[in-house]
Structures are given as C-alpha cells and as structure tokens.
Design a protein around this ligand. Structure first.
Ligand code: BGC
Length: 755
C-alpha cells in the first residue's frame, strides 16, 4: 500500500526543525526523511535524455558511473525532430525507466535558448527558438509525467552559457526576457505543469535566480499559476533564507546542517515568517505524495524495446542538410564497395559530458550497422582517417583513408566534435571542426568525386570551409546509443531523413548575434542583441548563413498549395486560422515539417522579420496530399511592451508565411487585424505627443489650450512642425505653454486615467 501524505496534518505536526530540514537535500540525490512522522525520502536523478541514477554519495558532474539506462538522442537531436509526438514517446520511455529505478523526479528537460553556438551545454537544449523549445519541452514533460514520474524544467532562467555560470549576471531587458528567454518556460509551465522547476545558477540583472522573487513568485506562480515545487540547481543557493523567501522550496544538494540551522534561526529571529517556510515544506510534501505511487511500484521496462525506440527516434532527428544529385541514399549494388571513413564510425560520439551523461544499455556503431544493412555481396571497408583526441593530422591514417576512398564505389566520411570540445561546465571558443578532420575530408574528396559526410556534434559547427567537398551532409547531432544504427538506416534508405534545423548554422562565428557580448566580462553578460536571437538576427540583418533555421531535406520533395488564412474575432479574442495543403511529390514516403511564420511589418517597436508561431510534422506516402490547419492566437501576434507592462496586440497588417524553412517560404499572405489602440497610462511626465494621442487626454489638452489665459491657442496644434518639435517634451516641463498649474496637471492625470 502506498504511503499516504496528508500535507496539512503533517505541517501541523512538524517541529520547526523538521520543517527547516526538509528545505534542503539529505545528500546529492535524495530529499530528507522525517522518521518520526513516516515522511519518506524520494530520489531525483538527471536527465534529461536518459536516466543517470547514481549511488547517493556519487558526484553529479558525470565523473562517476550510473546504472545502465537507455541513452536517447540528446536535446540537440530531439529539437531537430520538430515532432512533439515523438518527444512525448521518448518521455514515456524515460518515465518507465525512472519508475523501474524508483526515481521520483527526472531532472529535465532543459529548455534554455541557444543564444550562442559556443555554449558548452547546447547539446542539452532544444533550440534557438522559444516556441519550438516550449512545444517540445511540454511534450517531454507530459510524456514523463504520464508515467507518474516528475520532471524538473530547467534551468529557469537565462542560463545560456557555462562560463562563470554560478555567478554571472545576465543583463537583459524585460521584453527580451518575456519574448525569448521566458516564453518557452511559460508554455511548458502553463500547458504541461511540471512537478518541479529548477532555478538556474546565474543572476538575472544582478539577482541570483535562486533568490529572485520576481522570477520565482511573481511571474512563475503569480502570472503563470504554477503550483509545483522550485528546486535549486545543484549549489545555486547563495543565501537560503533569501531563497525560501523568494519562492525556492528545495535547496540541492545537502548542505549538511548549515541551511536547516540557518532557516530555524531566521524564523526564530523574525527574519523569515514561519508561514513562508510552511509554504515551501507544503510543496515538498505535495511532491512526495505525487511521486510515491511510482516509487513504490514494481515496474520494469524492456531494454531492447527502448533501444529500438532510440533508433527510430534518432532516424527522425537527423537533418539532411545537403544532397546534391541525390547522392543519398547510397543504394549499393552487389559487388560494389563502400568506404567508411572516420573514427566516429567505429567509436561513436552520441552524448555530451557532465551531469547528463548516461551509462547506455548497449551501443550501436555506424560501421557495424552499415555492414549489417548492406545487401549481400557489398563490401564495407573502414579507415579511421584521424584520431579523435587530437587536432593534429596523422599522415599514415590520412594515406590509408585516401587509398580506400580511391578504390571505393561509395564514400561516407564520419566527422564530428571530440568529446572534450563541448561539455557542461565550459564553453567553446570557436565553432570549427578539428583541423585534422577538415584536412582528411579535403584529401578524400580529391581521391573520390562524390562523398557524403555524417556529423556528430552537440552544437552547430561552421561548415563554410569544407562543405564544398561533400555532395551530401547528414547532421546527426548527438543522437544517443542507437545513433550508429539510425545513421546506417538513413544512409542506406531504410529510413528517410525528416529532421529540420532547430538552430541556424552560421557561416562564421563572427556572424552570430551575441558575438561581441559572449560570454561577457567582469561578471556581467549583456544581452544587447535583445530579441534578435538566432534566425531573428540573421533575417533582420539580411545575413547569409550556411543553413537556415528550419531547413532539412528529405529523399522526396513536397509541394505547398492553397493557403487560406482567416481572421476570426472570437469572444473579443483574435484568432487566425491558417490552412494549406502539402503534397508528397516524390516516389518515397517521407515527412514534411510545415512551418508557420508571422511578421509584423509596422509596429511601435522593432520586431523580427518573422517568427515561428506554429508547425506540424506530416507523414505522407508518395503522391499523397494532406490539408494542415493551424490556429494562431492574439498572443502569437503580440509583443511584450515594457511601457504597457504587458503583451500588446497592435492592429494593422501582419504577414503570414508557410514554408519548409525560415528562408524557404512557399506561401505568403498579408492579413489585417483589428485591435484597440494601445492605451499607455498617462503620467505627469508623458510627452505632449503621448497626451495628444491618448483618446481621453488628447481632447483634454486641446480644450486646455483653447481656454488658455492668453486666448485660444488650440490652433497651434494645427502646426504640424511645431507639434513635432514640442512632441517629445514631457507635459510637466511645458505646463505654462499648455496653460496648466502643477496642481491642475495632477488633477488632469487622475481624470484621464479614469480616477
Ligand atoms: C546541472 C543540472 C543538474 C544538476 C544535478 C548541475 O550541475 O546544472 O542540470 O541537473 O547538476 O546533477
């Protein structure tokens, strides 16, 4: 029988010391127990693409091992699936494994925005786009939690680099926060209700996320209605009293007796209200109550089935960036020879380093899978080509690879980033592949006219200086323990690529939006590019890229027809219905990702050219068509106004584009949306122009001028140049001109604001 947790009764029965003890962990992975009252401890483990269950006393940075678990594709790969259903299925499998291991909460997903390709942890994040991150993050949370296992949505918020991650202050304006860095969290919190949210290490505008009442209480709970638990990232709490006060419930890992004693003292001294402590403890008890049925169950999972799932998922995550002359799939015929070149074909790179590192249940290699997958009579030979732990070239390995390629009918080169190039804990300082790999590719290309490159890397690499050597490029990211099998399936045509880029591949590091401000200096990192992150920046600055956001090819092609867009006014809320028909125009089955972008060409603030607001992944047999429908909301057309302190929908024209990538827009149209004019609160310091534009204040100023002591001055407002010149003056600086006293102005402010 499952232990029952009666939160109010337990809170009433606990001593102050017991309550304070529950607000921090017992060790690295467990909450504390209260034996006297039968409150059990529960276990949390990393996440996010596989279970990393360690013994209680082991490290959390991926140094020691963990129990075997399926290593699914990492978020870099899952993001490229653009497939919430698929991500949900992965979530279900992760939940099953967590249940089987009696784990209460899986510490993921991570949905931080990929602000720069340099971030060492990008392989753990989904996208440069908040909408895509939010949709896929929500699917993962729902999948895991459907198994009665909790998630920890992380790292909340603005944790977009590893450099100085425990102290750095992200200096970012509210509009950018709302539209880019919080939007994905908002989507997951409001739609999928994660049991826990993990606050990040960094500060935001000077305040530690772990101690930020605006972030943890006002926005998360107040605005988004979150009712779960907030846990700290491991070691993120600087002052446990400030943290609990701000809305943090559980500090991890254990700090021994330190934090409990400090909390007890703070309550005794009146520094912290006991009710605030109770709130945190109540949430922890609620979490334990939710988790216990799963933890106390006797479930198991089928490892082979999960491995097979990992392979299917990895197939759908790979992005075919280039396929000149339909080089892929290879279609080797009996008697032909396939040259497999590159150490990664034999020694796969399939996950990243740090706290997310999983001990896989088994591991495919592309070399073995290709050998198993080719028809009888096809020879598959291998040459390593380069060493993976060095950037130095090796003449003997190069010569061997070149000779093999020269004699082969088909050549596939496996390249990627060495494990040491990207990891939790540090950032990269360039985005290039190791020099020895580029040299190998050039050598092999000289020996064989056509070759395919398969990539394994956790975040974007520059391709401009080598991509001309490859007729085909298959970007597999870090795709989990079955990545090798999936790559072979795709190369041989047993599966058709359907991944799309969730991040732009820039031409050069210097082109990236945060190039001049990453990773910051002297403890601060300025988010000066604002909302212009990823494709929003490249599009706004008309910058060429290697491959745009949303791009990905298939072994078939798709046609787009019949765009129909209707603006509806439903119960005073705007809704835009978008429909189009997609057709598979080739002769193999394939999946297309239909992407809907919205642009607002005339706005009071500078907005991106276009932003992703909906997408759908559609599977189509050869020749088949399907109508795809989307509904956009008023919020999808809105921006965050810092002055209005809210989302603003400005009436006027919007551009709706449907396409196969952010730069392959197949159907576009413009719509007119009606919306009431934005009414900013009128203050003493509002400018003359703002007063005049206000529906109530404008006529009032006009009549004040009409009744001016020097006569009717309202005619001055007909002089457009004068109004333009004086328009920027705050009204309180020109009260004599408009004929008001200071007191009269105060009264007017009250009047126009409806006071
Ligand atoms: C990471 C988290 C992780 C935690 C526990 C931290 O260093 O930032 O993502 O969940 O450790 O391992």
């Amino acid at each position: 029988m499952t232990t029952q947790i009666d939160v109010p009764a337990l809170l009433a029965a606990m001593t102050l010391e017991e309550k304070a003890s529950l607000c921090s962990g017992a060790d690295l992975w467990h909450t504390r127990r209260v034996e006297r009252l039968d409150v059990p401890a529960v276990m949390v483990t990393d996440g996010p693409h596989g279970l990393r269950k360690q013994a209680a006393d082991q490290d959390h940075l991926g140094i020691s091992g963990s129990v075997p678990a399926t290593c699914f594709p990492t978020a870099s790969a899952l993001g490229s699936s653009w497939d919430p259903e698929l991500v949900h299925r992965v979530g279900v499998a992760l939940g099953e494994e967590a249940r089987a291991e009696d784990v209460a909460v899986l510490l993921g997903p991570g949905i931080n925005i990929k602000r720069s390709p340099l971030c060492g942890r990008n392989f753990e994040y989904l996208s440069e786009d908040p909408y895509l991150s939010g949709e896929l993050g929500a699917a993962m949370v729902e999948g895991i939690q459907s198994q009665g296992v909790g998630t920890s949505l992380k790292h909340y918020a603005v944790n977009n680099q590893e450099t100085d991650r425990l102290r750095v202050s992200a200096e970012v304006d509210e509009r950018t926060l709302r539209e880019i860095y919080l939007a994905g969290f908002e989507r997951v919190v409001t739609g999928a209700h994660p049991w826990t949210v993990m606050c990040s290490y960094n500060r935001i505008n000077g305040t530690y996320a772990s101690q930020d009442p605006w972030l943890l209480t006002e926005v998360l709970r107040g605005e988004w209605g979150y009712d779960g638990l907030v846990v700290s990232d491991w070691g993120a709490v600087d002052d446990c009293v400030a943290a609990v006060e701000a809305g943090l419930d559980l500090e991890m890992p254990s700090t021994g007796r330190q934090s409990p004693e400090r909390l007890v003292a703070a309550v005794r001294d009146g520094e912290l209200a006991e009710a605030v402590l109770d709130r945190a403890v109540g949430r922890l008890l609620q979490l334990i109550g939710r988790a216990l049925p799963g933890v106390e169950s006797d479930d198991a999972y089928d490892r082979d089935e999960h491995h097979a799932l990992a392979r299917r998922v990895a197939q759908d995550c790979a992005v075919l960036l280039k396929n000149d002359g339909d080089l892929l799939p290879l279609r080797p015929t009996p008697g032909s020879r396939v040259a497999v070149i590159g150490e990664f074909a034999r020694t796969p790179r399939y996950q990243g380093a740090g706290s997310s590192k999983v001990n896989p249940t088994q591991l495919d290699t592309a070399l073995d899978a290709l050998r198993a997958g080719v028809p009888d009579g096809v020879t598959v030979d291998f040459a390593a080509g380069f060493g993976i732990d060095t950037t130095e070239g090796d003449d003997a390995l190069l010569a061997e690879a070149v000779a093999l390629a020269g004699d082969a009918d088909h050549v596939v080169v496996f390249l990627g980033l060495p494990a040491s190039a990207e990891s939790e804990g540090y950032d990269r300082d360039h985005i290039d592949l190791p020099a020895n790999q580029i040299a190998l590719l050039a050598g092999v290309a000289a020996a064989h006219p056509r070759l395919a490159v398969v990539l394994a890397n956790g975040s974007a690499v520059a391709m401009a200086d080598w991509v001309q050597h490859a007729d085909a490029v298959l970007e597999c990211w870090l795709s989990g323990q079955a990545a090798g099998g999936a790559a072979a399936d795709l190369l041989l045509g047993a599966a058709t690529p359907s991944g799309r880029l969730a991040e732009t591949i820039p031409l050069r590091l210097e082109d990236t939006p945060s190039f001049l401000a990453f990773p910051g200096e002297e403890g601060k990192v300025r988010y000066g590019e604002g909302v212009f992150v990823g494709y929003r920046f490249y599009d706004a600055t008309s910058r060429a890229v290697s491959f745009p956001f949303g791009h990905g090819l298939s072994y078939t092609t798709f046609g787009y027809d019949d765009l129909a867009v209707t603006v509806l006014d439903q119960d005073d809320a705007v809704a835009v219905e978008v429909a189009c028909t997609v057709t598979n125009r080739g002769d193999v089955a394939g999946k297309e990702v239909v992407q809907v972008y919205v642009g607002d060409p005339e706005a009071a603030v500078r907005r991106p050219e276009r932003e992703l607001k909906a997408f759908a992944k559609v599977a189509l047999e050869p020749g088949a068509s399907q109508e795809v429908r989307f509904t956009l909301t008023g919020r999808d057309l809105s921006y965050w106004s810092t002055r209005a302190k809210g989302w603003v929908l400005e009436g006027g024209a919007f551009e709706i584009a449907v396409g196969a990538s952010s730069r392959d827009l197949r159907l576009t149209t413009s719509i007119e949306v009606d919306a009431p004019p934005i009414e900013l609160p009128i203050e003493r310091g509002s400018t003359l122009a703002e007063w005049l534009a206000h529906p109530v204040a404008g006529p009032t100023v006009r009549s004040t001028l009409k009744n001016h002591e020097s006569g009717d001055l309202s005619g001055l407002l007909e002089d457009a140049d004068l109004v333009r010149m004086l328009g920027s003056f705050p009204l309180n600086r020109i009260i004599a001109f408009v004929g008001l006293s200071q007191q009269g102005l105060d009264e007017l402010v009250v009047e126009v604001n409806g006071g």
